[in-house]
Design a binder for this molecule. Structure first.
Ligand SMILES: Nc1ncnc2c1ncn2[C@@H]1O[C@H](COP(=O)(O)OP(=O)(O)OP(=O)(O)O)[C@@H](O)[C@H]1O
Ligand SMILES: [Mg+2]
Length: 509
């Protein structure tokens, strides 16, 4: 029997028809993948399903009967659990308190902290993460740990369907393998999973069937996940037919004094002996696993972390250690990884968010020229296909991938940093959560910045992206650079071998 059947779901927000007739069918024990471009309506659909939003039209049938979940707890009680794209845990509570929030196990009528912790430990062990302390405050866990807690919470409700909205976006490579192992255990036990991801390789590995959304509508249902050709999937989603499109590299290798020279950089427990150059007009990629130290290197170059040893020079002049001000004055900009906490003003309109870095360009005689600001922002957001296109919208109402585009767009608007013109751009996972179509536009914009003479230092966990976009690649493993080569001299397999070598050695021990 079909576990879940959605028919003709419609959901509108003021000015946006987010869902415009969605159909979806999920069988027990399958991994059903939901694909679609940024803003296609995936997250909205699962919020409707989980009772966080009420649909305007359409029906939801759950285990054979028509239902309406008025709030998330009703869906949970019925056996439908959701792991949101923006995790919804309470940072101040412990792991165990989060897992059993609202349904604490009781003994003789009293909730018992002992039982709660023991059951939490059992769930964490089942998820392959017995090392997470049940009594630890959730706010102190890394993103991957938080996600495991979210999964434990889903399991604590004996869910029959678990919805995962881009779970792999915050995970390291080995963590994704572990997630897939957990998913296989769940489906073997008859639990169904709705899996959302922008990475087709993952869909092939873990998915059974695929439903594709485009502009709030279902455009294909129940495609076989493993055998449907990539060009067909991509075409259904975007109207294009290739997965990765990279702009051509400039013919001449950049010459002259390096714009950025990093020598012997180190920070305790993070990285050591890191030395490299970035020339004007060059894109240098840092490849490696999440946790290898790449973001830490970037943040140290930017002065947000203070180096314990080593030097950073821009144009041959040493930068003051641990000073963001000095880095910005030297023309650096950073698009950080954790967009929600570090980079976004969620309550402000899109154009304010995008123009933050280049405010002075729009300021004349002390006040900001709103019209010019909006025009400049409009040009970049249109080329990135930011949706909805109206830059007056509040940031919070944008889909996850569109928020990411806005953060990166900030640096692409005229490319200036506060201190003057932008000379060196540090990009940490710029395409995380960004769909296949918009990625190509983002790559083209990054390359055109480089062609204008900006040096780019790029961190990405997607090896094809580093190899396709960068001129030169540094492979980072456990805080050290283990290989440096022109991107065209490396293959994906070689890079994966290099980044994984340490892990294999660890497993063999
Ligand atoms: N609370 C809201 N108010 C107004 N508009 C909203 C709200 N939530 C979502 N939207 C709009 O609904 C559309 C669908 O967004 P949704 O978050 O479902 O996309 P998505 O498919 O999950 O995209 P992504 O891959 O970027 O996560 C977007 O145009 C978005 O801006
Ligand atoms: Mg989403």
């Amino acid at each position: 029997m079909t576990l879940l059947k959605l028919t003709g779901i419609v959901k509108t927000f003021p000015g946006v028809r987010a869902l415009d007739g969605v159909d979806l069918e999920v069988e027990p024990g399958e991994v059903h993948c939901l694909l679609g471009q940024n803003g296609a309506g995936k997250s909205t659909l699962i919020k409707v399903l989980s009772g966080a939003h009420q649909p305007d039209e359409g029906t939801i049938e759950w285990a054979g009967s028509t239902v309406q979940f008025s709030k998330p707890t009703s869906a949970l009680r019925a056996g439908l659990a959701t792991i949101y794209q923006e995790l919804d845990l309470v940072d101040d509570l412990t792991v165990a308190e989060n897992v059993f929030l609202g349904h604490e196990p009781r003994q003789f009528g009293f909730s018992s902290r002992g039982i709660t912790r023991r059951r939490t430990r059992e769930l964490l062990a089942r998820l392959g993460h017995a090392e997470i302390p049940a009594g630890r405050e959730v706010g102190r866990l890394p993103a991957a740990g938080k996600q495991i807690v979210s999964m434990a919470r889903a399991l604590s409700h004996d869910a029959r369907l678990i919805i995962m909205d881009e779970p792999s976006a915050v995970l390291a490579h080995d963590e994704v393998e572990n997630l897939f192992r957990v998913i296989r255990d769940l489906t073997a036990a008859g639990v169904a999973v709705i899996y959302i991801s922008h990475r087709l390789a993952e869909i092939r590995e873990i998915g059974d069937r695929v439903t594709i959304l485009k502009d709030g509508r279902t455009v294909a249902v129940n495609l076989p996940a493993r055998t449907t050709p990539t060009d067909e999937v991509v075409r259904l989603m975007t109207g294009r037919s290739v997965e990765y499109v990279f702009p051509p590299r400039s013919a001449a290798a950049p010459e002259g004094t390096p714009l950025l020279r990093v020598s012997g950089l180190a920070r305790a427990h993070e990285f050591s002996d890191v030395s490299f150059d970035v020339r004007a007009g060059e894109i240098v990629g840092l490849a490696g696993l999440v946790g290898a130290g790449r973001s830490e290197i970037l943040e140290t170059v930017y002065g947000a972390r203070k180096a314990a040893a080593g030097t950073i020079e821009v144009d041959g002049k040493p930068l003051r250690r641990g000073s963001v001000k000095a880095a910005v004055a030297a023309g650096m900009g950073l698009a950080p990884e954790e967009r929600k906490s570090q980079a976004l003003l969620l309550g402000e309109p899109v154009y304010r968010n995008v123009s933050l870095a280049s405010l002075h360009r729009f300021a004349r005689l002390g006040f900001v020229q709103r019209g010019r600001e909006r025009d400049a922002v409009g040009a970049v957001t249109r080329s990135l296909d930011l949706r909805p296109a109206d830059p007056r919208r509040t940031m919070r109402t944008l889909s996850g991938g569109n928020q990411q585009k806005a953060v990166v767009a900030r640096w692409l608007v005229g490319g200036s940093s506060e201190g003057g013109s932008l000379r060196l751009l540090l990009l940490d996972e710029p395409t995380r959560g960004v769909d296949i179509g918009a990625r190509a536009e983002l790559y083209a914009l990054i390359r055109s910045l480089a062609d204008q003479g900006v040096g780019v230092l790029l961190v990405s966990s997607e090896v094809p992206e580093v190899l396709g976009l960068a001129d030169r690649v540094l492979v980072v493993r456990e805080g050290r650079i283990v290989r440096e080569a022109p991107a065209s001299d490396l293959t994906e397999a070689q890079v994966l071998d290099l980044v994984m070598a340490g892990e294999r050695a660890a497993t063999a021990r």
